[in-house]
Design a protein around this ligand. Structure first.
Ligand SMILES: O=C(O)C[C@H]1NC(=O)NC1=O
Length: 238
């Protein structure tokens, strides 16, 4: 039995429900998926400020442990590196997972995200993960995160625009709330459309099945023990 914890870094219960359904729809028969929303922080993550304030709650879930692997289900991959330092199993971010998956399906991919202001973060992640050559563009549907599940038209138009203008082989959906549109958009646009929640779930399962977890040498070794004060005092690593 494999146990995966899929963490929605925002506090939107409906989105946590969608994320859990998406992960369970692709999980293997022997995998138990628990989906959890953030116990504190923003109701959606649409800015650097939101992202920074989502990280403590993500790390609190990782610190609880008890799973074979973890998925951080927000396209900014908030807290991913910090989570890898403390997790007792592999930690996969949905943006990283979607990008890796896209490069296995074509020479180029474009990212379609929510608000235009989040394109910079997506661009940073493309560089952080080493996909500069593979990524052919970034597009926004300009729909707020919490409205994206009901925004088929603007999202489809942004995907069609990306496929047309970038000539990309693959599309990557830049929000955990977009998962429900994958198959439909892929059929209509005749291009593979990758959802990060599904991709991250399967990648986490694969690493666990291979008996692999984050290296604890060097950068992702456990943090040096120290005291934390104020509201973060429970995060002490003494
Ligand atoms: O960064 C974004 O636009 C999408 C991102 N925000 C969020 O609350 N969940 C997400 O996947």
């Amino acid at each position: 039995m494999t146990r995966l914890l899929v963490i929605n870094p925002n506090t939107a219960r409906a989105m946590t429900g969608l994320i859990g359904r998406t992960a369970r729809a692709v999980a293997a028969a022997g995998t138990v998926v628990d989906a959890v929303g953030n116990a504190m922080g923003p109701e959606s993550i649409e800015s650097h400020y939101d992202e920074a304030l989502a990280v403590p709650g993500v790390l609190a879930e990782i610190r609880r442990g008890g799973y074979d692997g973890y998925v951080i289900a927000c396209f900014g991959d908030p807290g991913l590196d910090a989570a890898r330092e403390i997790a007792d199993g592999p930690v996969i971010g949905i943006a990283e997972a979607a990008m890796h998956t896209a490069t296995l399906l074509g020479r180029s991919f474009s990212v379609v995200t929510t608000l235009s202001r989040t394109i910079g973060r997506a661009r940073d992640l493309v560089h952080r993960y080493g996909f500069e050559r593979a990524c052919s563009g970034f597009h926004a549907c300009d729909v707020p995160v919490l409205e994206v599940e009901a925004a088929r038209k603007p999202l489809f138009e942004a995907c069609a625009r990306a496929a047309e203008s970038d000539g990309c082989d693959v599309l990557v959906l830049g929000c955990a709330g977009m998962a429900g549109f994958c198959a439909e958009f892929s059929a209509e646009l005749r291009v593979p459309v990758v959802d990060g929640v599904s991709a991250a779930t399967k990648l986490a399962e694969s690493l666990i099945a291979l008996g692999l977890k984050t290296s604890d040498r060097g950068e992702f070794a456990p943090p040096p023990p120290k005291r934390y004060s104020g509201p973060l005092s429970t995060f002490g690593t003494q």
